[in-house]
Design a protein around this ligand. Structure first.
Ligand code: FES
Ligand code: FE2
Length: 354
């Protein structure tokens, strides 16, 4: 058997070699990581409209899809079953779909309803004329979809810590939405997210809101949970007595789900980052804000999200430029501070070594 790309023992392992961050083939191979669940939207987004084409999922997977709330929430193909016209281009509210090309109509759950000039067609309509349905999963108001049949989203791993949050009650705040383009490989952005090691060096403001000495990283199959402790007197979660962190001052729970979803829970609500790979050296990062408590949004670690993001992007872009250096190939991991990065690299190594 060939040698492992990333050794299992973090004390001996070396980081992912630099070519994986700029090589075209490695980039194309890395996209196999995106076959599993992808975050689509939060249930509060149905308050304004019941039909949502999900552009970021199309950018990632190439599949045009639309999330629709009728009696149930469904993820449907956004492509007409006649000759392939796109059905919905913007979020909207409707009770049926009508294709603009030749007038085929569908029920809100994707079932074929009607088509002009098809009286003579034999064996028509059939189930192939319904819009294709993709699998969906939901966790407390967060809706996910996939083009495959992936293993379940690993919520059970974090349920004891995050189950107390009432995520369903949060409300999408479009004023917090951002869409940034970064000149770096998507994995560099993820690497940076998965360690708090750089906080004292890169994020002076955040370092004042977090008690760096209490930073915790937990890894599990399919994700990483990082826990930031609050400085004394700073804003923190009110935890129920049966919570594993009860008695601790927690400022933030940072949940990453493989490969590209970052759920940053603060006492005010959820700040979500979705990483969209564009090319070996370009990435889009979408930010979405879902507010539970408006009063708290201006306090603590969750109040300086924009500043912290800017600092992270600058660092990641600077590192990208250095990946082509002939003098640098890979480095070593801090066994105490970089377990999240090591865990991610091991997951990617499984894909690259297939
Ligand atoms: S492509 Fe939709 S009706 Fe023809
Ligand atoms: Fe950072």
């Amino acid at each position: 058997m060939s040698e492992e790309l990333i050794a299992a023992d973090i004390r001996k392992a070396r980081t992912l070699p630099s070519k994986f961050y700029y090589d075209e083939k490695a980039f194309n191979d890395s996209k196999a990581a995106f076959k599993g669940w992808q975050f689509a939207l939060h249930s509060s987004q149905f308050k304004t409209n019941n039909i949502h084409p999900i552009e970021h999922i199309e950018s990632i997977t190439g599949e045009p899809i639309v999330i629709v709330k009728g009696e149930q929430v469904n993820c449907l193909s956004n492509i007409c079953t006649h000759r392939g016209m796109r059905l919905i281009s913007q979020e909207c509210s409707k009770n049926s779909f009508r294709c603009e090309y030749h007038g085929r109509t569908f029920d809100i759950d994707g079932k074929f309803r009607n088509m002009p000039e098809f009286e003579g067609a034999i064996g028509f309509p059939s189930k192939e004329d319904n819009l294709h349905k993709f699998p969906m999963a939901v966790w407390d108001g967060l809706h996910f979809t996939s083009q495959d049949s992936p293993p379940p989203i690993p919520w059970t791993e974090v349920e004891s810590r995050l189950g107390f949050l009432d995520i369903k009650s949060y409300v999408h705040d479009p004023a917090k939405d951002r869409d940034h383009s970064i000149s770096a490989n998507w994995m560099l952005y993820v690497d940076n997210y998965l360690e708090g090691f750089h906080i004292p060096f890169v994020h002076p403001e955040l370092n004042q809101a977090l008690d760096y000495s209490g930073y915790i990283t937990e890894t599990f199959e399919g994700g990483v949970l990082q826990i930031g402790k609050a400085m004394e007197g700073d804003v923190k979660f009110v935890l129920p007595p049966n919570h594993p962190d009860f008695g601790e001052d927690i400022a933030a729970y940072y949940l990453w789900l493989f490969p590209n979803m970052m759920f940053n829970f603060y006492p005010w609500g959820l700040s979500l980052n979705i990483v969209v790979p564009v090319s070996p050296t370009e990435t889009r990062v979408l930010y979405r804000g879902y507010v539970g408590d408006k009063e708290l949004a201006a306090k603590g670690a969750g109040a300086i999200v924009d500043t912290v993001e800017e600092q992270d992007q600058k660092i990641v872009e600077a590192i990208q430029k250095n990946m082509v250096s002939s003098a640098y190939d890979s480095g070593r991991y801090s066994p105490s501070m970089e377990r999240g990065v090591h865990h991610f690299h091991r997951m990617m190594a499984r894909i690259f070594q297939k």
